[in-house]
Design a binder for this molecule. Sequence first.
Ligand code: NDP
Length: 486
Amino acid sequence: MTRPDAQPVASHYIDGGYVEDTAGAPIPVIHPATGETIATVHAATSETIDRALASAARAQTEWAARDGADRGRILRRAAEIMRARNRELSVLETLDTGKPLQETLVADAASGADALEYFGGLAADVTGTAIQFGGDWAYTIRRALGVCVGLGAWNYPTQIACWKAAPALATGNAMVFKPSESTPLCALKVAEILTEAGLPAGLFNVVQGAGEVGAALTTDPRVAKVSLTGSVPVGRRVAAAAAGNMKHVTMELGGKSPILIFDDADLDDAVSAAINGNFYSSGQVCSNGTRVFVQDGIAERFLARLKSRLSNVIPGDPLDEATNFGPMTTRAQMDVVLRHLDRARAEGATVATGGNRMARDGFWMEPTVLTDLTDDMACVREEIFGPVMSVLTFAEEAEGIARANATEFGLAAGVFTRDLARAHRVARAMQAGTVWINQYNLTPAGMPFGGSKASGIGRENARMAMDHFTEAQTIYVSMGRVEAAF
Ligand code: NDP
């Protein structure tokens, strides 16, 4: 692997150390802000995949048998190391993804550390139930699943690795993690830090590669669970492959989430949320509120305020902390966004702001707002995964709810109103895994996060994630004699 300073020293991390395997196809790591190649990693060969799975399987049994408090202590130590190295990790995240350092300093390693700390705290509290049947009784214990596979998207490589590893490890599993081939570096650092914190070798392995490596991991009989963060089409493929030998799955998939902004909303808060929910990370966030439904009475003021706020966008070197808007992570994704915009124009949408590639090296898109839309246009129905906000208007609450829910997706939703009863009524009517009231896209580790409908299965974070990385074993205890018919 060729590398910039202070970056991971080899392509894979297996059995407690870096491993190189140049027999695998080279994968260039491209800094999205300039298009320069900053490192090259190699895809895992079948030998490397086998080595990772074998070492995970070897390490897992002893790990599961340990006192949960011991496991938790290691995770909390890892959280401390991540926080101490936040700047170094944030720079790497910025190089890998192109997201501005201004964001990565507060959102990535910080969120990863929160998950490690949170699940580190819960590791000593993996409990079952006791059920009385007269004199007899049964009790349940939560057992680790075994070797789990994590497959990551390219938008939050550190956070995704930690959100999957922390609950998996806290509950006694081992994990083999495959980052996106577009952002392979950060998960290696997570592995390095876990080792430094005292995690025994083999419990968190990282292998590189594209979909084929993910597919090989998903179908391996040694694997008990697959947790994917990715798109709906890949989610369908991975869940179908995992069903082959009845593996557990968690699917954190895409969305086209609505934000409903009522006439009585705090306009500045609503505009801020729409900006955060569409342009943070250049729009490459699964739960983004990309369909912004504004009630008729404030629609004009909302658009005017939004446009004026967008004059504060500062694109530039993402490593400069003054920069508040970065490039798309890959050229391919920039091209996807450009194609969506061509189609939106052809369908009659108005580009209220932006709409073009920026004249810079790298993969830069202007923050874009589309208006004059109908619900059936492709730009309103399909996930774009870029800095493109669709602004629609609505008249009545019931109409807003119906239109917000008229999608195959169900990841998230937002409601902006000062009317307390309406806020809760609308939130409960949303067909979405997460609904924010007068806020958007905040995801503390203690809060379950995940999708409804095509946006996924299972939840990450919170206690619920502990359930998704364990299964119940029921033990029946007889206090009497065994009766038989003959
Ligand atoms: P993809 O679905 O393309 O890829 C996700 C991961 O799966 C990658 O590591 C990919 O490898 C791997 N993969 C691809 N094909 C297979 C296969 N057949 N078997 C096993 N693994 C496979 O997602 P993106 O990386 O493009 O990320 C963007 C998507 O992720 C968006 O739809 C977004 O909404 C969603 N997302 C969801 C989140 C959530 O929590 N709900 C959070 C963040 C993003 P590779 O790409 O290297 O080929």
